[in-house]
Design a protein around this ligand. Structure first.
Ligand SMILES: *Cc1c(COP(=O)(O)O)cnc(C)c1O
Length: 235
């Protein structure tokens, strides 16, 4: 259930914050995609967000996405969570962008399933920028090699990079990770091939999206900041 007044207030504040951060980064707020991370949110809440102007949503569990996907109002649908290879076929037709491609093996399965469905799948490569054992993603030094290898796959288009830096106590504490990501993004932008276009740098969540934008993010993924603290149910 959504508290509409609360949502309106948070959403307005977030848009203002994004605009300010965008200006500091020498950009316009239209250059920044605000993606609502909708895990655990019910359909009524998500559709209210969409009616209010949210144009992008991201789910991060396959089962939850497939249960909800037929009920969203028109919106761009992304997948942002860890994706198991055997689940690719369940979502391939319905997601515009998969943020969380963390291995060549996963990318090749996405390409295979995309081909089967006559599609080209848009993906981001996830970078484990904090070098954390608990997180998936390519290590910075593995990125280049994998970028080219994945770009050879027939039904894949690499649209950019994504990262989830380490949990951090302060708002600007992840600036150095965001800066490293921006550098990787720029370094690889110069090497465009047919199916690599470094358009999207997906980083920044509720606690640090302003910092991420200042450091060069052009897509931020917000859950808590928009919807309040998540109450975990079994969906
Ligand atoms: C849940 C989630 C977010 C949003 O997290 P908040 O801290 O609630 O903003 C962003 N990215 C991914 C991959 C997520 O799973």
């Amino acid at each position: 259930m959504i508290n509409r007044e609360e949502f309106d207030k948070k959403y307005t504040e977030i848009k203002e914050n994004i605009e300010k951060a965008a200006i500091l980064a020498g950009k316009h707020s239209d250059d920044i995609i605000l993606l609502a991370a909708t895990k655990t949110q019910d359909i009524e809440t998500i559709n209210y967000a969409i009616e209010s102007g949210i144009k992008y949503i991201g789910e991060n569990r396959v089962q939850e996405f497939t249960a909800k996907r037929d009920f969203y109002k028109p919106v761009h649908k992304h997948f942002i969570g860890h994706l198991q290879t055997n689940k690719v076929k369940d979502i391939i037709k319905d997601v515009e962008l998969i943020h969380s491609v963390d291995s060549y093996h996963l990318a090749s399965e996405i390409s295979k399933q995309a081909q089967k469905n006559g599609l080209v799948s848009n993906i981001l490569l996830e970078v484990n920028i904090g070098n954390e054992e608990s997180k998936s993603g390519f290590l910075s030094h593995e990125l280049n090699e994998n970028l080219y290898k994945i770009a050879e796959l027939p039904a894949i288009c690499i649209k950019g990079l994504m990262a989830i830096p380490p949990v951090c106590e302060t708002k600007d504490g992840n600036a150095s990770y965001f800066e490293q990501m921006y550098k990787l993004f720029i370094d690889n932008s110069g090497k465009i091939k047919d199916n690599i276009s470094m358009d999207i740098l997906s980083m920044g969540m509720s606690d640090d999206y302003e910092c991420a934008i200042k450091c060069g993010a052009n897509l931020v993924r917000l859950g808590t900041a928009l919807f309040g603290r998540r109450i975990y149910t079994n969906i």
